[in-house]
Design a protein around this ligand. Structure first.
Ligand SMILES: Nc1nc2c(ncn2[C@@H]2O[C@H](COP(=O)(O)OP(=O)(O)O)[C@@H](O)[C@H]2O)c(=O)[nH]1
Ligand SMILES: [Mg+2]
Length: 435
């Protein structure tokens, strides 16, 4: 389970719980612990985090504008962001950057990404081929530089520190120099010495350690090690797209007191972003920021209309359409359902639902107010045909929708007075309501 899905699942324990009580909070905490541990977040860190969430959720007074669910979602969000790091704000100014890290960590490919990043800020960038031990490394960098249209500099056959030194003259032509360096399969004295010599002549303002997300917690140890030996100003965590340990890597680097500067999320040169823990967490749960997340929670807990219909054991097309619309507003159906704690809805059904939902909406809009209030009328063929014509749908589609509505209505009747939207949907959806 990836971190995002895991956190969403954990949050669903609260957003979908019929009652937010200590038990629901403990379940949320337990689920969070599980997902963080599977993401290789350090056990101690996980324990501290969940302890804090539990304490705050149970004791801290909530802001008056937040309901209890929102309050807890906010605590989880804040605490997660807290362990993952801060926001890095790269300055748009002339600078020299040195990229260091073990072999295969993603140094060379990150140079192209960083180059592209600064180019997009209007700076001229030159990539400097300081990994001189393998000719292939120089070629790789040259190709990448061509691909992103940045400058490229190499001195074939010369030692790395000479390349670093010669590159200094490029500062007249370029705003940003990015120096590649050699890696080893593990950290050793040789590597440390070479990097120190290079840094001494190059005098970088930024020294980025590149680590792969799949190192998990070990990324923190590496950050400590490189920092002690060579000194680093930030860390770039690569391969965040393919690793189930990204959370572990981020939190461990942050715990080591190093700053996560960028993360990369793919092989393409634009797959890099300046790291911002809060944005990262928001996106993990599928929203651009905390506010929009809270908005969704509010909507998800705003179940009054349907609740009333359920309590009365009577559903009409009006209520149902309103409900469907508010669910649509909440984003992709899948996300909404997950927020409500529904994970077992087959993918196939979900894909179909959006389409059917639109048809359904069109059909309801073509009904007369009378038909909307009195769903029995819609069982009549001639009504169905009229609505189909009005909505521009095949008669079959309307018939199917009516059948589905009736099925839903029957279930609603059966559920009369049964509290908790999540539980109801859980029973209703997978069983047969196919919209
Ligand atoms: N999927 C994915 N692959 C990456 C990412 N960053 C680097 N890679 C791949 O990792 C491999 C090693 O990268 P490279 O830059 O050559 O590592 P270096 O030895 O440290 O210079 C290459 O195949 C890259 O395409 C990333 O963010 N996502
Ligand atoms: Mg390389």
């Amino acid at each position: 389970m990836d971190l995002g899905e895991g956190v969403r699942r954990a949050l669903a324990k609260i957003t979908g719980a019929p009652l937010v009580d200590e038990k629901a909070i403990l379940e949320l905490v337990k689920e969070l612990q599980r997902v963080l541990l599977t993401n290789d977040v350090n056990v101690k860190l996980v324990f501290q985090l969940t302890q804090r969430i539990q304490e705050k959720a149970l004791k801290e007074k909530k802001a008056q504008t937040l309901n209890l669910r929102e309050h807890i979602v906010k605590i989880v969000y804040d605490e997660l962001a807290n362990i993952l790091g801060e926001a890095y704000e790269p300055k748009t100014e002339k600078k020299k950057i040195m990229m260091i890290g073990l072999y295969g960590s993603g140094k060379t490919s990150s140079i192209a990404k960083v180059a592209k990043f600064y180019q997009s800020k209007g700076l001229n960038v030159c990539a400097v081929a300081g990994d001189v031990h393998r000719p292939a490394a120089v070629e790789q960098l040259q190709q990448l530089a061509e691909q992103v249209h940045c400058g490229f500099f190499s001195l074939p056959g010369k030692p790395a520190e000479e390349v670093a030194k010669a590159a200094l003259s490029l500062q007249n032509q370029y705003d940003v120099l990015v120096l590649d360096t050699a890696g080893r399969s593990s950290f050793d004295e040789d590597l440390s010495q070479e990097l120190k010599r290079m840094a001494a002549v190059f005098q970088p303002q930024e020294t980025f350690l590149i680590v792969s997300a799949d190192l998990g917690q070990v990324a923190g140890k590496q950050a400590e090690q490189f920092n002690k030996a060579v000194g680093i100003t930030g860390v770039i965590i690569t391969k965040m797209d393919g690793s189930g340990k990204g959370g572990g890597a981020l939190s461990a680097v942050h715990a080591s007191k190093a700053k996560v500067a960028f993360i990369t999320l793919g092989e393409k040169p634009d797959a890099l972003e300046a790291f911002d823990a809060k944005k990262f967490v928001a996106r993990l749960v599928g929203f651009p920021d905390l506010d929009s997340l809270l908005q969704k929670v509010k909507e998800a807990s705003d179940e009054e209309d349907l609740q009333r219909a359920l309590e009365e054991g009577k559903l009409d097309y009006e209520t149902f359409l309103a409900q469907l619309r508010s669910m649509r507003k909440m984003g992709p159906l899948k996300q909404v359902l997950q927020l409500l704690g529904l994970y077992d809805v087959p993918e196939e059904l979900l894909g179909q639902s959006e389409h059917k939902l639109k048809q359904f909406e069109a059909a309801v809009l073509s009904m007369t107010p009378n038909e909307r209030k009195n769903p029995d009328l819609m069982k009549n063929r001639s009504h169905q045909e009229r609505v189909a014509k009005g909505a521009g749908l095949p008669a079959d589609a309307v018939r199917e929708l009516v059948t589905n509505f009736e099925r839903m209505n029957k279930m609603v009747k059966g559920l009369k007075g049964n509290r908790g939207l999540s539980k109801k949907l859980q029973r209703m959806l997978p069983q047969g309501f196919k919209f």
